[in-house]
Design a protein around this ligand. Structure first.
Ligand SMILES: NC(=O)c1ccc[n+]([C@@H]2O[C@H](COP(=O)([O-])OP(=O)(O)OC[C@H]3O[C@@H](n4cnc5c(N)ncnc54)[C@H](OP(=O)(O)O)[C@@H]3O)[C@@H](O)[C@H]2O)c1
Length: 274
């Protein structure tokens, strides 16, 4: 980025994990944890601020007030422009922003949850809250970790070996496969990639999907999706076969009791954060 873009022309987002058990035992407060994690990220990035700082997952062991005050301190210090949240229920976001408003703290302006053509549970409540309150949806796994970019049967090293992504989609319903086939059918109809169809659909629902990329050409696929306009009939065709899904991944562990157990994200977490 230093070589290719002026800092004020790019938007940089990063996120922080909950307090570790060691920090809790050592009496590190939520505010101190946030200050420390942000300074580490800024040091790694070689920057003096980030545009969006994201509360990665609900931390049942740290008071919400401390999280919000900790984030607000960083906004006031100019190290963070806006704050976002990820992996939460709509009620948690509504509760947090109500407290922020009462205390005069910075509110969450975006939510990064799991949302794609194969996982649409966000449409129950979160989408409605975001629309009413002007909160940006910036979902992750926009391509179902690559499943919505490939025809059934086509695989990749990552699809086969990424245990976290497998956990999220293994035991996929037959209906999911039929949806993937419909994505492929529309891709053929328009002469575009499946990635473009999947992301063009998501762009009708959200502000900015977080599309993953492990190869340079993946970025082209994501960029092209912004120019593709699907018809209402296409959208209905893609949506028709969806059946409700159980929560998976980090959201399946969004409970006060599972917060203390081993978490799905811990396998990849930096040393000391487990
Ligand atoms: N907030 C959270 O808790 C959370 C959770 C999960 C993810 N995330 C964020 O979201 C990012 C993406 O997650 P994800 O990997 O699940 O995202 P994704 O966008 O659903 O899947 C990305 C994968 O799709 C395939 N792909 C992308 N573009 C393609 C193209 N043009 N042609 C063919 N294949 C294409 C690639 O698979 P191959 O690599 O197999 O080729 C790529 O790795 C992560 O890096 C992370 O930052 C956040």
């Amino acid at each position: 980025m230093k070589d290719f873009a002026a800092r004020d022309k790019v938007y940089v987002a990063t996120k922080f994990l909950p307090r570790s058990q060691q920090e809790i035992e050592a009496g590190v407060s939520g505010q101190e944890h946030i200050a420390k994690q942000l300074d580490l990220s800024l040091q790694h990035l070689g920057m003096d601020y980030v545009d969006l700082y994201i509360y990665h997952m609900w931390d049942y062991q740290t008071p919400l007030y401390d999280i919000l005050e900790g984030l607000n301190q960083q906004v006031k210090a100019g190290k963070v422009r806006y704050i976002g949240i990820a992996n939460c229920y709509a009620y948690q976001l509504a509760k947090a922003n109500a407290l922020a408003e009462k205390e005069g703290f910075a509110p969450f302006v975006s939510v990064q949850n799991h949302y794609n053509l194969l996982f649409r549970e966000e449409e129950r409540e979160m989408a409605k809250l975001c629309q009413e309150d002007g909160i940006a949806m910036t979902p992750y796994s926009a391509l179902a970790s690559g499943r919505l970019s490939r025809r059934p049967g086509e695989t990749s090293k990552r699809l086969a070996e990424d245990s976290y992504a497998k956990l999220k989609y293994d035991g996929m319903a037959e209906a999911d496969e039929k949806i993937i086939l419909r994505v492929a059918e529309l891709a053929d109809k328009y002469g575009v990639s499946m990635t473009e169809i999947s992301l063009a659909w998501l762009l009708t629902k959200v502000t900015a999907p977080v599309a993953g990329a492990t190869k340079l050409h993946h970025i082209d696929g994501a960029v092209k999706a912004a120019d593709l306009e699907l018809t209402d009939a296409d959208l209905a065709y893609l949506e028709e076969l969806y059946i409700p899904h159980k929560l998976v991944g980090v959201m399946a562990q969004n409970t006060s009791s599972s917060n203390k157990k081993e978490q799905v994200w811990m396998k990849n977490a930096p040393k000391g954060m487990q």
